[in-house]
Structure formats: structure tokens, C-alpha cells
Design a protein around this ligand. Structure first.
Ligand code: HEM
Length: 311
């Protein structure tokens, strides 16, 4: 077996475990099942051009497609809870290629490697008799993997956003910006123009199950919704291979551009059928030494293969 086949078969194992944890919903993504897509424009301000040759981070605006999602693997889970929200952005580059930045409303991840993620899924499996996960198994996992504790702390206090346009989204992993011989590790973050606006649990309980999917088209009918793209620059010694660890808050940050979302895409079914992929990078950006992004690419392909056959 080649290393590639082994990795693909491991990605299959992980996607199987995801299905066992959240259930199987034929035709849907195995995570972030319910989503809605929009179009708009990203306008870079040139600040990143000394660090990267990437076409979308120079000075010319590029069209984008954005998919917002509820992180659950079930397409019918209610929006009014403290769950992850996704923002997947596809930049349509002048040469006809695309590049993606995929982010969630969490600054850190809950596992530092694909193997740990699989073990974590095991700890979160529902008991066949009680129908709920055994909290002792998660406690045991966190005892053995304390690096996952900050991520779970963030999950517990996740805001319930008023709108997909009122949350902050982090791409979490480090990527390398490349410009001639220079490499700079960076992390991306989207900051909403509308600021952070959240619902109390009581307010969320009055909302419809899919209020986030419904809210943004209504808001866009009155005008565009914007986000600023910021990058944080690593300094020597900052961990670039571990998505459970943030970099110190005083690291230099640059605003590198602004996204303006204008309207829903016309063909939601077409966009629902696409794969947004953290490894869909473009010259001027490289994957770093974090093992998760390349692995995610394989797992997303497994999920895509299943959902595109209505499995
Ligand atoms: C080992 C770690 C991970 C695994 C195995 C995993 C797995 C998956 C899978 C199977 C999908 C569905 C893909 C599809 O059918 O198109 C998905 C979607 C998604 N994941 Fe992950 N994921 C991981 C980590 C992450 C991290 C760290 C982030 C945040 C940076 C993230 C954000 C998302 C988002 C936003 C989507 C929805 C993308 C879209 O709208 O198409 N995931 N994930």
C-alpha cells in the first residue's frame, strides 16, 4: 500500500467515525451539513503583497462565493444553540483558478492531529442504550489530551450569533505566505463590519430552527454585509503545527482586505454540491507543518464522494 492509500483509508475511517457520532444524512456533508451560499467581492488593500505573491492578496478586487454553515453533521439541527458556524470563502482568481479560506467561529481546534481527532470522536460516541455520550469518556480523553481543553472551553462559551454576519471566524491553522525567498507563517481571521452581536439563550429559543439561513438574505436585501480579513504574523518559536494553540495576542496583525457579500447565489444546489477545501491554495501560499489541513482535504473528498452519490 502506498502512503497515499493508507492516508485515504485513514480519512475513510475518520469519516465513518464522524457518521457514527452525529448520524448519517444521505446527500449531505458529514460536517457543516446545512449551509447557504452568497456572492460578493474581496478587495485586497496591498498590505499582504510584501509577504505573498497570491493573486487575491495584491490590489485588484476578485469575485468570491461564500458558504455559511452550521457545523453539525445533521441538516436539521436548530441554529439557536452554542454550536460552531462555518464561513468558507472561495476566491475566483483572474487566471480561472480558485483558492479557498475555510474558517469557523473558534480561535483554536479541539485536536492537534487527525489521530487525536479520531480518538476524540470515539470519546463522543453516543451510548447505544442511553442515546447520549458518556461524559466520563470525554473527561478521560481530556485528561490524556490536555491540549484539547482550551478548544472545549471556547466551544462552551461560543456566542449564539444574531446573524452569520455578526460573528468572527478563524481559519485556525497556520499557512505560509511566500514572496521570492521569504516565508512568513500567518493565521487568518475574518472580523464582521457589524461587530459581534449575539442572542441570549432565551432570545435564541424564540427563533426558527433555521433562522441564520433565513436572516442573511433578508439583511442583504437592505445592503451588503462586510468582513475585514486580518492576518496574524508568527514570530520564531510560535507553534505552526498545532491547531490547539493560539499565538500570543501581541503578535503583529495586518488588515489585508475587505469582503463585501452582496446577495445569495442564484443556484444554491450547484454551490451546495461543491467542496471547499483548506488545501486549495494558490502560488504565494503554502501549507505549513500542521498535519491537519492536508488530511482534511482527504476527509472532505471522502465526504464529497458519499454525498454526491446520495449516500
Ligand atoms: C481532523 C479535522 C477535521 C476533519 C476530519 C473535518 C471533516 C470535515 C468534513 C468531512 C466536512 C464535510 C466536507 C464536504 O463534504 O464538503 C467538513 C466541513 C467543514 N469543516 Fe471540517 N474537519 C476538520 C477540521 C476542521 C477545522 C479545523 C475547521 C476550521 C478551520 C473546519 C471547518 C469546516 C467547515 C467550515 C466546513 C464546511 C465547508 C463548506 O461550507 O463546504 N474543519 N469538515
Amino acid at each position: 500500500m502506498t502512503a497515499e492509500t493508507t492516508e485515504t483509508s485513514f480519512a475513510t475511517t475518520v469519516v465513518d467515525a464522524m457518521e457514527q457520532t452525529t448520524g448519517k444524512y444521505p446527500g449531505y456533508r458529514r460536517a457543516h451539513a446545512r449551509g447557504v451560499c452568497f456572492q460578493g467581492t474581496f478587495t485586497p488593500n496591498g498590505e499582504a503583497s510584501r509577504l505573498t505573491t497570491a493573486a487575491h492578496l495584491q490590489t485588484s478586487p476578485v469575485p468570491v462565493t461564500v458558504r455559511f454553515s452550521n457545523s453539525n453533521g445533521s441538516p436539521s439541527v436548530a441554529d439557536g444553540n452554542r454550536a460552531g458556524r462555518g464561513m468558507a470563502v472561495r476566491f475566483h482568481l483572474p487566471d480561472g483558478t480558485d483558492t479557498d479560506i475555510i474558517s469557523v467561529n473558534l480561535p483554536v481546534f479541539i485536536a492537534s492531529s487527525p489521530e487525536h481527532f479520531l480518538n476524540l470522536l470515539g470519546a463522543l460516541q453516543k451510548d447505544p442504550v442511553t442515546g447520549v455520550a458518556d461524559p466520563a469518556k470525554l473527561q478521560a480523553y481530556l485528561g490524556a489530551n490536555p491540549e484539547a481543553i482550551p478548544g472545549f472551553g471556547e466551544v462552551a462559551q461560543m456566542p449564539i450569533p444574531v446573524s452569520y454576519g455578526t460573528a468572527k471566524y478563524w481559519a485556525i491553522h497556520a499557512f505560509n505566505f511566500v514572496n521570492s525567498a521569504k516565508h512568513q507563517a500567518i493565521r487568518y481571521r475574518w472580523e464582521p463590519d457589524l461587530g459581534l452581536q449575539e442572542l441570549s439563550e432565551a432570545e435564541a429559543a424564540t427563533k426558527s430552527a433555521e433562522y441564520l439561513t433565513e436572516e442573511l438574505p433578508e439583511r442583504l436585501a437592505k445592503g451588503p454585509v462586510g468582513f475585514t480579513l486580518r492576518i496574524q504574523l508568527a514570530e520564531p518559536g510560535d507553534p505552526t503545527n498545532d491547531a490547539t494553540k493560539q499565538w500570543p495576542a501581541d503578535r503583529t496583525e495586518l488588515v489585508v482586505g475587505r469582503l463585501e457579500i452582496v446577495e445569495p447565489v442564484e443556484d444554491q444546489a450547484h454551490w451546495a454540491a461543491q467542496v471547499f477545501d483548506p488545501a486549495r491554495i494558490t502560488p504565494g501560499v503554502e501549507l505549513g507543518d500542521d498535519p491537519i489541513p492536508a488530511f482534511r482535504s482527504l476527509a472532505y473528498a471522502v465526504s464529497f464522494g458519499r454525498r454526491s452519490h446520495n449516500e
